[in-house]
Write a protein that binds this ligand. Structure first.
Ligand SMILES: NC(=O)c1ccc[n+]([C@@H]2O[C@H](COP(=O)([O-])OP(=O)(O)OC[C@H]3O[C@@H](n4cnc5c(N)ncnc54)[C@H](OP(=O)(O)O)[C@@H]3O)[C@@H](O)[C@H]2O)c1
Length: 268
């Protein structure tokens, strides 16, 4: 596994697995919870160590149980979760503390590697209070890194006004439909690492070109797609319910795209 060093020195695996439909009936986001996640077991066996969770996914406890039952040492894991921008979690500092304490319990751990605010918080006071609690837990060593998700420029600017600790990452949609190039340039300037959610989303005509590029390396179009993002400094957290695809999404480090390939992908 390769890592990116975040702005506070913490190392984050460059490929992780999403979990938003894991352990759910019919692999549906809103599906009823089951009692097991064979896909997560499979991902850990294949070498995934970065796990992207969220309170909103409603499966933290189950994911935490599967992680605890695996033989993977805690220090090898990189656990991310996210506090929703809902009143229940951000109406007071106490509410945010309770959310973080509950996540720590769900993941059966005394620290999380990364905690994010899941969506922008409109109310300035609530944003400030939430971030202050994040900083409090960060300083206590219970959060190794803190960051945001789905924040645009104006929301990052707002945070800057009072943040003592700069967000380490901004997890945003990045794929060939939502390239987000302007925001990526801003994040680079600010030293905030981009994490791509929904990295696999493409349109049919794009897949043909990606597949064609992949042929030269014995790779699939999906692998080309992930490699393209990684090569420009983006962490990816693809989610798959299929072991073969899970394996393919880790098998990205034995080839390099040429400048001509990149140009082709960027023109799609
Ligand atoms: N912060 C946020 O607001 C936010 C929002 C959405 C998602 N997320 C996070 O980001 C993670 C990833 O996003 P996502 O699940 O929405 O979408 P995604 O990872 O872009 O796409 C998942 C789809 O891609 C397919 N796939 C995966 N690898 C493949 C491969 N090698 N070849 C062909 N198809 C492949 C999967 O099908 P198979 O199962 O058949 O492989 C699945 O249908 C989520 O699980 C979640 O943790 C965060």
């Amino acid at each position: 596994m390769e890592y990116i060093t975040l702005n506070n020195g913490v190392k984050m695996p460059i490929v992780g697995t999403g979990t938003n439909t894991y352990g759910k009936e019919n692999n549906e986001f809103k599906g009823a919870l089951k009692n097991e996640i064979p896909e997560l077991v499979s991902a850990l066996e294949l070498g995934y160590r970065s796990i992207d969770g969220a309170i909103m996914y409603n499966n933290e406890e189950l994911v935490g149980r599967v992680l605890a039952e695996s033989n993977v040492p805690r220090e090898e894991l990189f656990i991310t979760t996210k506090v929703p921008a809902n009143e229940e979690y951000i109406s007071s500092k106490e509410a945010t503390r309770a959310a973080i304490d509950s996540s720590l319990k769900n993941f059966q751990t005394d620290y999380l590697d990364l905690l994010l605010i899941h969506f922008p918080i409109e109310d300035k006071e609530q944003l400030k209070n939430t971030w202050k609690v994040f900083e409090e837990y960060y300083e206590a060593g219970k959060l190794k890194a803190i960051g945001v998700s789905n924040f645009g420029k104006s929301q990052l600017d707002e945070l800057k006004e009072f943040a003592k600790v700069k967000p380490a990452v901004n997890q945003i949609q990045i794929n060939l439909k939502e390239k987000n190039n302007e925001l990526l340039a801003l994040l680079e300037e600010e030293g905030i690492t981009p994490v791509a959610w929904g990295p696999m989303k493409t349109e049919a005509h794009q897949n043909e070109v990606l597949d064609e590029i992949g042929k030269a390396y014995g790779k699939t179009g999906a692998q080309v797609l992930l490699k393209y993002q990684i090569a420009r400094g983006v962490i990816v957290i693809p989610k798959s319910h299929n072991r073969e695809n899970q394996a393919a999404n880790l098998d990205l480090f034995d080839f390099e795209l040429t400048a001509a390939d990149v140009e082709k992908i960027e023109s799609l």
